[in-house]
Design a binder for this molecule. Structure first.
Ligand SMILES: O=C(O)CCC(=O)C(=O)O
Length: 191
């Protein structure tokens, strides 16, 4: 029987995954910094999600997708930017938006594509592991892929993975932080 969400292999074009991009000490120092951030609620269609987020560089409305200048990126995250830049093959400065998400146990994120105002997405995972799922198409034509994101790993969403597939993270058992970096394409948002 075919697995609903097969492991790594045959993942969408444009998806890059690297493990052990940070040491445990670097992870611990980053988590110390992340613990000081003032995370806010994510409200969509009247529902408050279990995950909490904070945006730097640029902010966007989850329902309007409007992109606005945001608070400056804290020094400890500016220091981290060279890493996702190297993994994605872009300049550090080009990663103008930083979104930090805190997932307590039981939190996830539903199917979506990231706001079109942003380009390449690079995600760094800290603390718990989680599944990252991809889907494309509907009904009988629906294709799915999945892998486990390890702590201290990084991934890139570009090409088809970014634009032609949706992704989601099912609720996990472990606390996790993701620090996602995005290049900016255009302001204003809208689908
Ligand atoms: O937590 C992650 O790595 C993914 C976050 C995500 O998909 C998003 O914020 O749009």
């Amino acid at each position: 029987m075919a697995m609903l969400f097969p492991e790594v292999g045959d993942l969408p074009e444009g998806f890059v995954y690297r493990e052990d991009v940070l040491s445990s000490d670097e992870e611990a120092r980053l988590v110390e910094g992340l613990r000081t951030l003032a995370f806010g609620e994510v409200r969509m269609r009247g529902q408050v999600a279990r995950r909490r987020t904070i945006h730097f560089g640029w902010t966007y409305g989850y329902e309007t997708w409007r992109v606005e200048p945001g608070p400056p990126i804290p020094e400890f995250l500016v220091g981290l930017r060279a890493l996702p830049a190297r993994v994605a093959g872009v300049e550090g400065d080009a990663l103008a938006e930083v979104l930090v998400t805190h997932y307590p146990p039981g939190a996830g994120i539903g199917w979506h594509r990231d706001a079109p105002a942003f380009g390449v997405v690079v995600g760094v995972s800290l603390l718990g592991a989680c599944r990252l799922r991809f889907q494309q198409g509907r009904g009988a034509a629906r294709k799915t892929r999945a892998l486990t994101l390890a702590p201290r790993s990084a991934y890139v969403l570009d090409g088809a993975a970014r634009w032609q597939w949706q992704h989601a993270i099912p609720p996990g058992r472990e606390e996790r932080y993701s620090v996602t970096f995005r290049t900016l394409r255009a302001r204003g948002g809208g689908a």
